[in-house]
Design a protein around this ligand. Sequence first.
Ligand code: KIV
Length: 303
Amino acid sequence: MTEPTPAQVPADSTVEEAAPYGGGSAESRPGPGTPAAIKRVRTHHLQQWKAEGHRWGMLTAYDQYMAGAFDAAGIPVLLVGDSAANNVYGYESSLPVTVDELLPLVRAVTRSAHRALVVADLPFGSYQRSPEQAYDTAVRFMKEGRAHSVKLEGGAEMAPQIELLTRGGVPVMAHIGFTPQSEHALGGYRVQGRGATADRLMQDALAVQAAGAFGVVMEMVPGPIAAEITRELSIPTIGIGAGPDCDAQVLVWQDMLGLRTGRAPRFVKRYADLHSIVDAAAKEFAADVAGGTFPAPEHTFES
Ligand code: KIV
C-alpha cells in the first residue's frame, strides 16, 4: 500500500504524527492575538475587545496551511478576501473572481481554522443588485463554504443589504473608503475621505453600523479621519492604510510575508521575505536534481 504523503493527510486527521503545528487541540494553542480561553472567536468578542481597547490583527487566508498556521498563531479573524483574484488566480484585479471560484477556498479555510472567525468576501456582482441577491450569495458562503460571516463593499447604499443579511442570521463586515471592486468608478487606487469627502465617509460608517454590521474595514483613509470614525463607532474598525488608531488592522498575507514582489502599497509592512526563501529553495532543488544529489539514499525505498 502506498503511504500517504503529509499533504494527503487531512488536517483534522487523528493520525498523531500528521497533526500540523505540533498537534494539540485548538484550545491549547494560545497565540498573542486571541485570549487563550476563547474556543471560537465570535462577533461579540470583537465588540468586547473594542470596549476593552484590545487591538487585534486580521489576515487573509485562502488555503489549508496558511489558515492553519495563522489560526495556531492566534490571529483571531481570517478573511477569505476577493483579493484571491490577484493572489491565487492571477487576475489583474478583484473584479473577475466568481462565487464558484471563491467557495472552495472558503471551505478550505473553514476546515482548517479551529478558533478564528472566518469572514468570506462577497465578490463583485454577487450582492449589489438587491438585498435578496446578497442574501442568496451569503447563504451559499455559509452553507457550502461554512463561513461564519461575510464582507461586502459599500457604505450607506449597502444598508438595505446589510439589514436583510443581519436579520436573516448572516453577520456582516462592511468595507468603506477605497473599495477595490469600485476601482473604475473611483478612478483608480486613491485615498478616500480627504477634505470635503470626510463627512461622507463618517456617514457611511454610521450607516453600516446602524444597518447591523459587526465591524467595518476602512481602506486607504487618512489616519486622522479613521481615528475620528473609530472613536465615533461602537463597532470595531479594521484598518488597511487607515493609520494606527483603528481597533484592528488587516493585511493580505502575500504582502505581509513578502511572497508578492515588486512595489507594495505604502500601508504594507513586510514581516518576512518568503519570495527569496522560495526562490533559493527552488534553485537548490533544481541544482540537486541536475547534479544527481537528490534523491539521496534516505529518500529512496528499499526493494
Ligand atoms: O479582499 C481583501 O483582501 C480585502 C482586504 C484588503 C480588506 O478586502
